[in-house]
Design a protein around this ligand. Structure first.
Ligand SMILES: Nc1ncnc2c1ncn2[C@@H]1O[C@H](COP(=O)(O)OP(=O)(O)OP(=O)(O)O)[C@@H](O)[C@H]1O
Ligand code: NA
Length: 709
């Protein structure tokens, strides 16, 4: 376990709850945040749309925090409708190639577009209704940002036109009167600013487009001084534009403002939010791009192969969420014929609008839930539980705590996460990266497998010893005393030698190559699966029978059944046969238990072909395979070697172990070893051949998880 935890730490995972180790391996569903987990959490403002003016595009910006990389281009068009269709031709690749072109042709194209009054209002609202700071660090010679990625990206955009918050406050005379902070429930924030040079006071608001649009009554006109009434057709145009941006995977924010005259200047008076955020003028939309992490796509596909479903639960718009989900492989790139997109993508409003029975009646739970509120996450976990799923949930916010607690494995973010979320979580990702969850799951599966192997090893040897000793009680000497086939100290010694190091070695077994290619194990059954129990009995009986047979053969064969006199206590002439038989049993039992550790590296594969990869490459990969876990290799080899001094050192053998050096009996010992290995191999072969006791873990994922959750 401890080995596992240090392993995990290297893999960017901190385990807060010991049981989370084993639990991780059994996860069937992951509900993940989008921003910062599936994506990089480094947003760049890519597009800005100002109604009746045009689209500003940021080209070639690589570094999210640097307003000097890339350049802004402006495209205007006669009608807005035309602009939408024209713009849709510009995709990422076109951007890149046109960039190369313009690099060759002229530098003129890179001149920052002029700041119109409409753009100016937009930038003021963007930069002031914003808590992020963006500044150039003279010492470190790089741009430093502090704050939420969404806000940083907008602040950086304002800096491209020298309209940063600081400049506005220090040079343009803006000063803040009030702040209505961002709330993920209402998905917007507002500030009230007054301009000391002309004493005009404004409410500046930004937030999710649908929410802001409902608060707007007007929209900025071609001439900023005259805003126009927000008609239904303009609303449709705005929503159209938003969808168009969102479909490119951009998070779309609406920016708005209104002049306010009666705002109290004494900060002691609180002015209700609803009174402030109303009658707004829409200034424009901003499309922010948060690229998926490079590792995400592979990690998601690894989950699919491992029979794990990935759900994206995000605060973003459904179109944005779908585009990103498609990018990373959570949604199929081509909508399949059987499942419509509407079944796979739901908004929280749709999901929360259903009652439990309606949710349970869905053929499958949605893969993307957009515009998610913390409460939606908790309902999703409950719905998963009703479908007998074993779910992991990520979260970073304070109000994610309930869903993190409700999840079978709660995962908090180490960097972006609040302390409350970390406190509620079972594990913490130090790098906030979705791929680390998948690593952790594979680690959890490895650990589960190794605990199973370890348990099987321990129990098999116990069953073997019990059989040997209990049945052995039947052998009585002339005085009517049972003659032990092993002395108590020998048993103690064997247990110490064979269950400490080899068991620890089994814990260090590497993950099998198939570990993420099979469905999750059943967490309700735990490690004591039917296979483990049957194996334990089969192998334990075999071990007990063989060692007993060795004792009996030596005593009753050449020894003529002479059990001597008082041979449990001390060595005398009459105990010669019994002591020789004991030495053989001691050696054989030790060997059998030790070889079991190598055999149990795999519960089903042959010890002589443990790893599909090495068995393809080599005819006899046995040594390569057993040597791959060096600790276990030497635990077994040294353990086996230690048998010889225990048998031969005079005094130690007769006085401590109550046995004596042997000769021809080694033949029986090794025969026993060979029969045991053949027995174990035979039983594994039977299991493979008849598909017995598979625990459902050998079945390929495709067949297994069809139609689940
Ligand atoms: N600082 C902000 N000011 C105003 N509105 C915001 C701000 N940040 C986000 N929003 C709006 O709220 C929506 C949801 O944001 P929220 O913070 O709930 O999700 P998130 O945590 O950023 O994303 P995810 O859930 O994918 O991790 C965004 O799509 C955006 O429209
Ligand atoms: Na979030």
């Amino acid at each position: 376990m401890v080995v596992g935890m240090t392993q995990m730490r290297k893999r960017k995972v901190v385990i807060r709850q010991l049981s989370a180790l084993e639990a991780l391996g059994g996860v069937t569903n992951i509900c993940s945040d989008k921003t910062g987990t599936l994506t990089q959490g480094k947003m760049i403002t890519r597009k800005v749309w100002i109604p009746s003016s045009g689209i500003y595009t940021v080209n070639g910006a690589e570094e999210a925090s640097d307003p000097t990389t890339g350049y802004v281009s402006f495209s205007t068009s006669a009608s807005n409708a035309e602009m939408v269709s024209q713009d849709s031709n510009i995709d990422e690749k076109a951007d890149a190639s046109s960039e190369v072109l313009s690099e060759k042709t002229s530098e003129v194209a890179r001149k920052t577009p002029e700041v119109t009054s409409a753009l100016e209002s937009f930038l003021e609202s963007t930069a002031l209704c914003n808590l992020a700071t963006v500044r150039y660090d003279e010492q470190k010679h790089r741009w430093q940002t502090v704050g939420d990625p969404t806000e940083i990206s907008l602040q950086v955009f304002a800096h491209r036109f020298q309209f940063g918050k600081r400049t506005l406050e220090e040079q343009h005379g803006w000063s803040q009167l009030a702040e209505y902070g961002f709330d993920s429930g209402i998905k917007r924030m507002s500030v009230v600013y007054t301009n000391t040079s002309n004493s005009k006071t404004f409410v500046f608001t930004k937030g999710a487009v649908e929410r802001i649009l409902d608060l707007c009554t007007t929209v900025v006109g071609p001439d900023d001084a005259k805003s126009q009434l927000l008609t239904q057709s303009t609303k449709d145009l705005v929503l159209n534009q938003m969808n168009h941006l969102a479909e490119q995977g951009l998070r779309v924010m609406a920016i708005a403002r209104r002049p306010i005259t009666d705002f109290p200047t004494q900060s002691t008076i609180t002015y209700p939010r609803e009174e402030v955020e109303k009658g707004l003028t829409l200034l424009g939309l901003a499309g922010l791009y948060d690229p998926p992490r490079l590792e995400t796509k592979d990690a998601v596909s690894e989950c699919t192969t491992a029979g794990i479903k990935v759900h994206m639960l995000t605060g973003d718009h459904p179109a944005t969420a779908s585009a990103i989900a498609r990018d990373v492989g959570i949604l199929p790139s081509q909508p399949s014929t059987t499942q419509s997109t509407s079944a796979l993508v739901k908004t929280a409003a749709e999901f929360d609008g259903m009652d439990d029975s309606q949710i349970d009646a869905l053929p499958s739970l949605p893969l993307v839930i957009a515009r998610c509120a913390p409460n939606t996450k908790t309902r999703m976990i409950a719905a998963l539980h009703r479908r007998h799923a074993f779910a992991a949930m990520t979260g970073d916010g304070v109000n994610d705590a309930p869903s993190l607690q409700a999840a079978d494995v709660g995962i908090a973010m180490g960097q972006a996460g609040s302390d409350v979320a970390k406190g509620a979580a079972d594990i913490v990702l130090t790098d906030d990266n979705f791929a680390s969850i998948v690593n952790a799951i594979s680690e959890g599966r490895r650990m589960f497998d190794n605990i199973q192997k370890f348990v099987l090893h321990l129990l098999t040897s116990n069953v073997g010893e019990v059989v040997l000793l209990i049945v052995g009680l039947g052998m009585q000497d002339e005085a009517g005393f049972s003659v032990f086939p092993l002395s108590p100290l020998s048993i103690l010694w064997i247990n110490m030698l064979t269950s400490s190091f080899p068991a620890f070695g089994l814990g260090k077994e590497k993950a099998g190559s198939q570990i993420m290619k099979r469905p999750p194990h059943d967490t309700k059954k735990g490690v004591f699966t039917l296979q483990i129990i049957v194996d334990m009995i089969v192998y334990g009986l075999l071990m007990g029978a063989l060692t007993l047979l060795t004792f009996v053969t030596i005593v009753y064969g050449p020894g003529g059944g002479d059990l001597g006199f008082d041979c449990n206590r001390s060595y005398g002439e009459s105990c010669h046969t019994v002591f020789r038989a004991r030495a053989a049993v001691f050696a054989e039992l030790t060997f059998l238990i030790l070889i079991s550790a190598w055999e149990f590296k795999s519960l089903r594969r042959s010890m002589f072909a443990l790893d599909p990869a090495t068995s393809k490459a080599s005819k006899f990969p046995f040594f390569q395979d057993v040597y791959s876990n060096k600790f276990l290799f030497f635990a077994v080899v040294i353990g086996a070697a230690s048998v010889f001094p225990a048998v031969y050192i005079p005094g130690l053998n007769t006085d401590v172990f109550k046995h004596v050096g042997i000769g021809w009996e080694w033949g029986i010992v090794f025969a026993g070893l060979v029969i045991y290995v053949m027995g174990v191999e035979g039983w594994k072969a039977v299991k493979r051949w008849a598909g017995l006791l598979d625990d459902g873990m050998g079945i390929t994922v495709e067949n297994e998880t069809k139609g689940q959750v």
